[in-house]
Write a protein that binds this ligand. Sequence first.
Ligand code: PXP
Length: 246
Amino acid sequence: MLKLGVNIDHVATLREARYRGVAGGEPDPVAAALLCEAAGAQGITAHLREDRRHIQDRDVRELRKSIRTRLNLEMALAPEIVALALEIRPAIVCLVPERRLEVTTEGGLEVAGNLATVTETRQKMNDAGIDVSLFITPDPVQITAAARSGAQFIELHTGAYAEHFDQKDARNRELNRLVEGAKQAHDLGLRVNAGHGLNYVNLPVLHVVPHLEELNIGHSLISRSMVTGLGTAVREMLALLAGYPG
Ligand code: PXP
């Protein structure tokens, strides 16, 4: 069964727009996470960015204590954040690239060019009982490097697929890259997740990508919840995932 990890950063973004730096503002991403779990989501994803623009340290601590599914902490390879992750111990970390000026995580992690650092962090996390995923584009070089690093998972960056969804040729090209990337990763013993830019329209077409275990979805789901409520938004997304043949 294809699992859903709900990315709740967007709830914290709304809170920070009004209550920047003040504890206790609304909406509360932890309360949102509990509603997502109650609606059937199999995991919660949060990105603790170095600039703390949305999720705060206290959110991660609270999520770790409160949720009953699995906390997937997205993070950059920054020493301060690595130390925090080792202390808080989420079930899994997803290493992502981070640039201050980006709106969201725009590219994939450069694993091949930073293999020693990625491997060292992967080892530290695994030693602490934390699984490691690497957020990468479906590039054969990066996938090979991900396997060399010893990571348990990759998360395939679906941003280019989502961006080109309305242009048939480009969409098919991106879809093919994802299909080939998932096959390569699986053959190398990596477990495969995917995410970024997925929504209620482009998700069913993604079902042709084999070996997927979990999709991490945030923006479209939280946006829809503004209209339908969070429980309904999660249940509607789960119904779409249920059609996955893998
Ligand atoms: N996966 C990763 C690694 C991400 O950085 C993000 C965006 O924060 C997502 C999934 C979710 O993307 P979206 O909000 O577009 O669904």
